[in-house]
Design a binder for this molecule. Structure first.
Ligand SMILES: [Zn+2]
Length: 187
């Protein structure tokens, strides 16, 4: 179950121009705006707006690609479908060098107001709990990427670094092996 990412003010629709060709989705979307018409967001989100993601990756090459549609189904539920993608740079857990990881998320969310409603959803929808009829689009996009981020990132092929310091350390540990004391006592 996702946490609610709820801030809402239909009048606070922001557009940023960080770079040419960059289109940033509005930060806040009012659920009630979907009552009468469908809404879509296509563009590129500046990854610097995603503070939680920034704590886990060192860079995001090419920005975050966002392609989302908001529709109501026949039962009045708001569905969020589409894709979110980014190439992020993090540290390879084998060679400890930077590694670029592609994150591709297929979005299939259904907004619900309660846990009970979430439990009634078909399996192919993930519930997005919205308790105040407002959605923070940046948080939504960031959640999708964080779910795709591998817990252990590695290059397809690389070698562990040679850690001379550790070998020296091992030698000193061996010298300090407490069993050596036992051996002396037995003599
Ligand atoms: Zn590596």
């Amino acid at each position: 179950m996702r946490p609610a990412n709820i801030y809402f003010d239909a009048t606070r629709i922001h557009r940023y121009d960080f770079a040419p060709m960059s289109v940033v989705p509005p930060k806040f979307i009012a659920v009630r705006r979907f009552t009468d018409f469908a809404h879509s967001i296509q563009g590129e989100l500046d990854y610097r707006l995603c503070e939680r993601l920034l704590k886990l990756v060192s860079d995001c090459r090419g920005g975050i690609s966002v392609d989302l549609e908001f529709n109501r189904d026949g039962q009045g539920r708001v569905l969020v479908t589409g894709a979110v993608a980014a190439s992020v740079v993090t540290i390879c857990q084998r060679c400890l060098e930077p590694v670029t990881v592609r994150l591709d998320s297929k979005v299939s969310l259904c907004m619900v107001a309660t846990v009970a409603q979430a439990n009634q959803l078909p399996d192919f929808f993930e519930p997005l709990v919205v308790d105040d009829e407002q959605v923070n689009i940046i948080d939504l996009v960031e959640d999708e990427l964080l779910l795709e981020l591998p817990s252990v990132a590695m290059h397809d092929s690389c070698e562990p670094p040679v850690m001379q310091g550790n070998i020296d350390g091992l030698a000193s540990i061996r010298q300090e092996n407490p069993f050596a004391v036992l051996r002396k006592l037995r003599v």
